[in-house]
Ligand binder design. Structure first.
Ligand code: PGA
Length: 250
């Protein structure tokens, strides 16, 4: 069975609650494509108004992060079951390179969060990707395999089948420098092979793997046509009308 494409916007630390509602209103008609899964991953403070504004549309709402505990004395953190699920969140971006770089998240932290997300029926979008130095040193796949293997420790095959992995080369994020289609497909195929090794062919066939890093309306069609690229995680271009073109890339 063909995998359904999943095209997710990652708003990062942009848009106030009122701006967020205005953006959803603007994008609603432009992203109305039932052939793909459309997800808006938004700042925590925007989740409630965005869920409300997206009611009755094909837009699903995701968080950009969460904590791996359920409640308690964790000032400033967001609880998956009590807050995200209750608010109507379906997806959560975990292990984005910005969280790893600026907030010290490790593969082990990401693993705990992935397990917790699954426990509460939230689909994780786990990010992985190499630095430019790692690419030049020829260790891209070794590095990513470690991120995937540790990130998915303890995840069952049935859970992994529903997961999303976003391959985002760090050197391509927010730089305007998209990986070439060949580079993106090569790594996404490598991630699928890694999943087949850890689990089995059926799991590898089911899991969805996105490419992210300066995706725009011009580059999306060729990227998303690759055998192992099941959509995209889109930063900058998800904040404008261009996102409609990306969602309707065909
Ligand atoms: P970008 O961000 O599309 O602005 O490069 C992608 C991401 O960080 O998810």
């Amino acid at each position: 069975m063909a995998r359904k494409k999943i095209i997710a916007g990652n708003w990062k630390m942009n848009k106030t609650p009122s701006e967020a509602v205005a953006l959803v209103e603007e994008l609603k008609p432009l992203v109305a494509n039932e052939d793909v899964d459309v997800v808006f991953c938004v700042p925590a403070i925007d989740i409630v108004p965005v869920v409300e504004a997206a009611k009755g549309t094909n837009i699903q709402v995701g968080a950009e992060n969460m904590y791996f505990e359920e409640s308690g004395a964790y000032t400033g953190e967001i609880s998956p079951p009590n807050m995200l699920v209750d608010a109507g969140v379906k997806y959560v971006v975990l292990g984005h390179s910005e969280r790893r770089e600026y907030f010290g998240e490790t593969n082990e932290d990401v693993n705990k969060k992935i397990l917790k997300a699954f426990e509460h029926g939230i689909t994780p979008i786990m990010c992985c990707g190499e630095t430019l130095q790692q690419r030049e040193q020829g260790v891209t796949m070794d590095f990513i395999r470690q991120q995937v293997k540790v990130g998915f420790q303890g995840v069952t095959a049935d859970q992994a089948k529903t997961a999303v992995i976003a391959y985002e080369p760090i050197w391509a994020i927010g730089t305007g420098k998209t990986a070439t289609t060949e580079q993106a497909e090569e790594v996404c195929a490598g991630i699928r092979a890694c999943i087949a090794e850890v689990y089995d062919e059926a799991t590898a066939e089911a899991i969805r793997i996105q490419y992210g890093g300066s995706v725009n309306a011009a580059t999306a069609p060729e990227l998303f046509a690759q055998a192992d690229i099941d959509g995209g995680l889109v930063g900058g271009a998800s904040l404008k009308a261009d996102f409609g073109k990306i969602v309707n890339y065909k």
